[in-house]
Design a protein around this ligand. Structure first.
Ligand SMILES: Cc1cc2nc3c(=O)[nH]c(=O)nc-3n(C[C@H](O)[C@H](O)[C@H](O)COP(=O)(O)OP(=O)(O)OC[C@H]3O[C@@H](n4cnc5c(N)ncnc54)[C@H](O)[C@@H]3O)c2cc1C
Ligand code: SF4
Length: 284
């Protein structure tokens, strides 16, 4: 396997695709390569090609979660989401760009089962073990998006700048379909360079997990008060980060037998998060 270290974003993007993948902190990619879940002939190390650091509302995609969680320029919801993610060691290696693109934690997928998301015929989780899985958007794949950070950025109304375009973070994600089973809209040779995260009036991120520390979200709730309204986004409830138009939208959840408990957790966390940001949400 070859390792490239391009010094500019253009050079890095030109080296991507055709069997090469971007490598940032490697906390997600290296285990996937080791397990054979991602195959690559060339790794393109992007540490010198992607901006790192925080300047007002602009955040380089190469900024680590550890840097984000302590910077007072960063909105509280994002700081809290980072500080509740993974372990201190992983947060000091893992970048925000890599966090947004992490793969599902579904064990069928991670163990290499030929499930629907891997190109097979069937979602094994739906009839099998699915306690950590979705309550929304699971028609074809019942996985639950694991990124605390993405939910916080979604509620904050962040936009991304890539080597090709600018887009609201909501447009980075898509529910997989029979024609295209990917959960993001990022092209194989496209790099996330920077995020713009508007400053809210108030924001918070709350997370329910199996352990008090170092666990993926069973349910994560970001609430943001800005511009006279409140936005809510959830982690751990759908194959992609999920916008909740209002608390009552939880009545539309379609939990699996083993995930019904998540609806009640989400209700409690949404209630608490809204109290913390000092507002009630816009009507649906
Ligand atoms: C044990 C464990 C527990 C964790 N717990 C949590 C948790 O509770 N909550 C949470 O939110 N996250 C959690 N994570 C995820 C962790 O935060 C991510 O692994 C990390 O942020 C990924 O960043 P990285 O720089 O290491 O990415 P890499 O591993 O280098 O890359 C990850 C993916 O992103 C792509 N990529 C990286 N940077 C770019 C870029 N700039 N442009 C385009 N593509 C890019 C890579 O090609 C790869 O596909 C956990 C991870 C582990 C291993
Ligand atoms: S939830 Fe998605 S990743 Fe998990 S078994 Fe079903 S199709 Fe595969």
């Amino acid at each position: 396997m070859e390792l490239l270290r391009p010094s500019s974003a253009d050079e890095a993007a030109a080296a991507l695709g055709n069997g090469s993948v971007a490598l940032a902190g490697g906390t997600e990619l290296v285990p996937l390569l080791r397990e054979g879940l991602v195959r690559a002939e060339t790794l393109v190390h992007v540490s010198e090609a992607v901006p790192r650091g925080i300047d007002g509302t602009r955040i380089g995609a190469g900024t680590t979660l550890a840097e984000l969680e302590v910077d007072p320029q960063v909105p509280q919801a994002l700081r809290e989401a980072c500080s509740l993610a993974a372990s201190p060691q992983l947060r000091s290696m893992g970048t925000v760009g890599g966090n947004l693109l992490q793969a599902t934690r579904c064990w069928y997928w991670r163990l290499g089962f030929d499930c629907w998301l891997h190109g097979g015929e069937q979602c094994f989780a739906k009839d099998g073990a699915h306690r950590e899985h979705a309550i929304f958007g699971h028609e074809l794949c019942a996985s639950a998006h694991p990124s605390d950070v993405a939910a916080a950025l979604l509620a904050l109304g962040a936009t991304l700048r890539t080597t090709r375009r600018e887009l609201p973070i909501a447009e980075l994600y898509r529910l997989p379909t029979a024609d295209d089973r990917s959960t993001t809209t990022l092209a194989p040779d496209e790099l996330i360079l920077e995020l713009d995260v508007p400053s809210p009036d108030a924001s918070t991120y709350l997370k329910a997990m199996d352990r008090r520390k170092w666990a993926f979200p069973l349910v994560g709730v970001a609430a943001v008060r800005a511009g006279g309204g409140v936005r809510i986004a959830l982690a751990g409830v759908a194959p992609i980060p999920w916008t909740l138009d209002a608390p009552a939208a939880l009545d539309d959840a379609t939990p699996l037998p083993g995930t019904a408990y998540k609806v009640e957790i989400a209700r409690a966390l949404v209630r608490r998060a809204l109290a913390l940001v000092g507002d009630s949400p816009r009507s649906p």
